[in-house]
Design a protein around this ligand. Structure first.
Ligand code: SF4
Length: 392
């Protein structure tokens, strides 16, 4: 058995760590590129959403390298994600590939027993006790959280760095180093080293960068290729970015869902505008927009793939939030036809508008709430400002 899985942001590092620790053969598909998108689009229904096309591209490229088992997450929810595994297995069968599909889903119809049965398909030949296997899975989950923390830190500190490019360099070097390591321990050490390094970069707290929330469809906000590397772009611009949706958020949400304890904060903040689940993460997107306004961000950018059903509903609600709260929100729709230049022009125009608003409404100075977590002693950060904005 040679397992593969589709890309979604840095999740490949945690899965690699898991399979290394369990000593399972695996193939990581090449990172998403135009070639993988073209390949995936060629074998996908024309109107299916972008994540499916990239997913197909990843799987086909991994099969070409010898993978015979596909591990993906699933859902019985109302959006197309519920169809992904079924549709992919039919298309790949028609292409002549005989693959095993393992769909990880914790929905009511599958249940915890069903979920564990599916996992055991991969782990049954691993010579470890059940406790050791569980510990290995937990280690990989902890590693994922650590990678998300590093990424979030880099995206915020990039707005304050004295030497342009420090955060981006440290983040990307850590990810590249992680890929060369074997097992959760080694990868974890590489990420810890980067965390230490990033906390030591010279920063300028006199800077008052723009702060933007990235919200929208989970795959497109997490997978950099699908959002045309928007977070890298913001790091280059020295803009702080905050993104709620991360692989570790998704994992927590999945585990807490059966207990109905998932995403309580987003459910609360979305209540006024969208009190129901509509599939995908449409409700969360609305909640994130309200939360971004509550946290004093300058604006939010919603990213969604063309034709994404839940996000289209959220998109229709966001102008109301924008008007009620006087909070700018830009929507960017991506698909395989999206041109980079037009996309960047819209982002730059949005940032210019945010800057002008700041000059007009607040005399050029905003709260520094997003600095939450910066070592106040070392950087001499004003504690009273943090208190004022509820960060302490
Ligand atoms: S959330 Fe949107 S993009 Fe994602 S699978 Fe559902 S319809 Fe497609």
């Amino acid at each position: 058995m040679v397992v593969t899985f589709p890309h979604m942001g840095n999740i490949y590092l945690a899965v690699k760590a898991l399979f290394d620790d369990l000593d399972i053969d695996y193939i990581i598909p090449p990172p998403n590129t135009k070639a993988s998108l073209q390949k995936g689009s060629f074998y996908s229904p024309e109107e299916i959403c972008l994540p499916f096309k990239l997913f197909m591209g990843n799987i086909i490229q991994a099969i070409e390298s010898g993978a015979d088992t596909v591990l993906i997450t699933g859902s019985c929810g109302p959006c197309r994600f519920g169809e992904y595994s079924e549709l992919a297995s039919i298309v790949l069968r028609e292409m002549g590939h005989d693959l095993d599909f393992i769909v990880l889903d914790l929905s009511k119809d599958v249940g915890v027993d069903g979920f564990l049965r599916r996992i055991s398909k991969i782990t049954r030949d691993v010579p470890m006790s059940r406790t050791q296997k569980v510990r290995t899975v937990l280690n990989a989950a902890a590693l994922m959280a650590k990678i998300d923390q590093l990424e979030a830190r880099a995206h915020i500190l990039a707005g304050y760095e004295k030497n342009a490019g420090d955060c981006k360099r440290i983040l990307h070097q850590a990810l590249a180093r992680g890929l060369e390591c074997v097992g959760s321990e080694e990868i974890g050490e590489a990420i810890s080293a980067a965390q230490n390094e990033i906390e030591r970069i010279p920063i300028d707290l006199e800077k008052d960068p723009l702060r933007v929330a990235i919200i929208g469809e989970i795959y497109t906000v997490i997978e950099p290729f699908s959002n045309l590397y928007i977070e890298d772009l913001f790091m280059d611009y020295g803009v702080c970015v905050k993104r709620h949706m991360t692989p570790s958020w998704w994992l927590r949400d999945l585990v807490m869902k059966p207990l109905k304890l998932n995403s309580l904060d987003l459910r609360r903040s979305s209540r006024e505008y969208l009190p129901l689940y509509i599939g995908g993460h449409g409700r969360e997107c609305v909640g994130e927009a309200v939360k971004a306004w509550q946290e004093g961000m300058d604006g939010a950018i919603q990213i969604l793939p063309m034709g994404c059903m839940p996000e289209i509903v959220a998109k229709a609600i966001l102008p109301q939030i924008q008007n009620d709260k006087d909070f700018p929100i830009l929507t960017l729709i991506v698909d395989e036809m999206t041109g980079r230049e037009g996309y960047i022009t819209r982002i730059e125009a949005f940032l210019d508008m945010l800057k002008k608003r700041r000059e007009r409404y607040r005399g050029g100075s905003f709260s520094t709430g997003i600095l939450s977590g910066i070592n106040s002693k070392r950087h001499g950060y004003n504690r009273s400002v943090r208190k004022k904005y509820g960060e302490m």
